[in-house]
Design a protein around this ligand. Sequence first.
Ligand code: AMP
Ligand code: MG
Length: 492
Amino acid sequence: MMALGHRFADEFPELCLPWNAAQVPEPSLAIFNDNLATELGLDPGRLSGPEGVGVLAGNLVPEGATPVALGYAGHQFGNYSPRLGDGRALLLGELTKPDGRLVDIHLKGSGRTPFARGGDGKATLGPMLREYIVSEAMCSMSVPTTRSLSVVMTGEGVYRDGIEPGAVLTRVAASHIRVGTFEYAIRLGGEDLVRRLADHCIERHHPDSDDSSNRYLGLLSAVVDAQAVLIAKWMSLGFIHGVMNTDNMTISGEGIDYGPCAFMDAYDPSTVFSSIDHGGRYSYGNQARVATWNLARLAETMLGLFSDDTEAAVEMATETVNGFVDRFAQHWNALMAAKLGFAEVPTNCEELVSNLLTAMHKDRLDWTRAFRSLSGTLRADSPGVSDPIADDGSEQSAELSEWISRWRAQLSDSGVDHQDAATRMDSVNPVYIPRNHIVHDVLQDATAGSLTGFEELIEVLSDPFTERPGLERFAAGSSAQFAASFQTFCGT
Ligand code: AMP
Ligand code: MG
């Protein structure tokens, strides 16, 4: 069925607790990811059959597996919690993919564990389908992410705002080691445990760090870079994670835990999507800054590994963490240059982008539609003044028209063929993203018993860059009223 190893559980008994999932009364599949199953070397037919669904629901433990609840700490909205951990999740074990790489198979919503504190250990259908939608959309847009193999409905009612259908998500990840795992390890087992954890992460996620003169500093640097790539990609797509706590930041560099997250509609850097994020800590425009803050928490746990001389260790750590700023800028500029059709990053990239963003902000343009429609202004081969890239059909502002003229001229000056640029732009500026109002509607329908809309959305998002007739509503912006009132909630 699924041959799972238990390497993490064996190597780090301090960091996990053997535990079993709660039995659920009536498991049935809401969705099963055939492609991912095949990619993992699993038999989709068997895994989506009755016995497989038993495994995906947590009712059956695959032979030889040792499920564990993972311990971790974390800074949530800046406040330290020494013991969070998998309160409603389990690592079933590690699977070896056909390419030889290990991935975690993890259940979310599988019942209370000793880390549950006051929680009921359960998950509901809407939020688990939301994670499925976002992770699979991310993957289709080449953003590093955990994946979703399935969502099983448990046949059980779970109490939230009212009674909702219970569900279990099966998540596939390079690993579930987080910044919060290091924070947990330093407190529990000191430098020795952190060293073992770091060695494990180097081997599993960042083998190149082994070549650096100081391998642990090399690991920190690799994590800094992986996170810089991730945040730059998120932001280039207008994505806001919403809860970038240190327990939601992986060492592998995959995005994880898509709770109160969303793709922005109208561009506004102060947009937040968590109902409890009053200070804007995790707003769109603050994500790079908060990533650096989180990486500093990681670095603190590793100080003793960098050098015996504390002062020197702090200096090395600070320099490496601060390196995020340049790396992020590099990745961001490369991504934005590509979104604007340049074959190479122009020297004035930052200024060009910032001027566009200022105009977009003023005009309250939809992030995704604005970028996608820029290729149209190249194809039309007109100065763009009359091309409505404003999402509400209103007149394009003079500022934006001027920007478009300057940008077109610069493309020409740098020898870029406009038609080629338009084609390249369409391969990086998606038409279809999980739009808030559509996700909201399909999850509401799913909770009420109809999965048709959800399935259609998954199909649309599997090919985000190819515009197809008949799918216009998936590319349209939401009503201003919806956008103004929209927030996802932390109570997932
Ligand atoms: P999250 O917001 O999903 O990243 O979770 C933060 C922490 O709360 C983690 O330790 C979770 O395991 C825990 N948690 C969230 N929801 C529940 C729940 N329903 N029951 C038990 N623990 C939960
Ligand atoms: Mg989490």
